[in-house]
Design a binder for this molecule. Structure first.
Ligand SMILES: *[C@@H]1O[C@H](CO)[C@@H](O)[C@H](O)[C@H]1NC(C)=O
Length: 237
């Protein structure tokens, strides 16, 4: 006959704790693996996620997208929000993390633990006017070459193309200094730092224009944990 031993319970508990600890360490060791593949789906639209702050007032700037066929994509999903251009020390820290692309893995893990993925709100109140404009939101575009531009004046369409009305904007207010907090393609994955995230360009000239050329390659992201035996435990993301 078997009688339950008091130590038996203790051993089981210790074993369980050890397993929980092990699992914890395994989960700590997340890494990223990217797989590139040919996109065979031409008909679906591609989502572009944008969060850019320009050092000009919102009423003076307009953003829109033109594709290869010069068709203007309606940018209803894009919002204009008056903000301060200068970041507070706390926001700057958050921003620095994004600039340091080598911190990708660290950041991704902190996001798994529920850290904020957006720029933290400004702490305290400032007295200067909100002289910058944060342009953020998303747009769906065709998978063809095109350009997203932010320039002086609100965009208008007319049958033969599109234009920006800039007649009443003084040249002295032109300032294309900008900060890209987020620019990505496809569904947003929290914690991923994209190539232009964290870029800040300051100019002291009113005539400076900035251009970035981007090639989008379809990528699949798999995250898995690897134990010493090489086992993989998928992590939902
Ligand atoms: C544009 O704004 C930035 C940030 O406020 C400032 O540092 C820069 O001197 C400005 N440039 C011009 C041309 O006014």
């Amino acid at each position: 006959m078997l009688r339950p031993q008091p130590q038996g319970g203790a051993v089981a508990l210790i074993a369980f704790t050890a397993m929980a600890l092990l699992a914890f360490f395994v989960y700590q060791d997340t890494w990223m693996k990217y797989e590139y593949e040919v996109d065979k789906d031409f008909s679906s639209k591609l989502r572009i996620n944008i969060d850019i702050t320009v050092a000009m007032k919102c009423q003076h700037v307009g953003a829109d997208i033109l594709d290869l066929a010069e068709t203007m994509i309606t940018s209803n999903g894009i919002q204009y929000e008056p903000v301060f251009f200068e970041l507070t020390p706390q926001q700057r820290l958050w921003h620095r993390l994004r600039e340091e692309h080598s911190l990708q893995e660290v950041l991704y893990k902190t996001v798994l633990k529920g850290a904020p993925t957006a720029l933290p709100p400004r702490e305290g109140t400032a007295s200067e006017p909100l002289s910058a404009c944060r342009i953020h939101g998303h747009v769906y575009v065709n998978k063809v070459a095109g350009n997203f531009h932010i320039t002086v004046g609100k965009p208008i369409h007319h049958p033969r193309g599109h234009a920006h009305i800039a007649a009443f904007v003084s040249h002295d207010t032109y300032n294309f200094s900008h900060r890209i907090d987020h620019l990505s393609f496809g569904e947003e994955i929290p914690g991923i730092i994209n190539p232009l995230d964290g870029t800040e360009k300051i100019t002291t000239s009113h005539n400076q224009m900035f251009q970035n050329f981007i090639t989008v390659v379809p990528t699949k992201l798999h995250t898995s944990s690897v134990t010493e035996r090489g086992e993989r435990i998928p992590i939902p993301c």
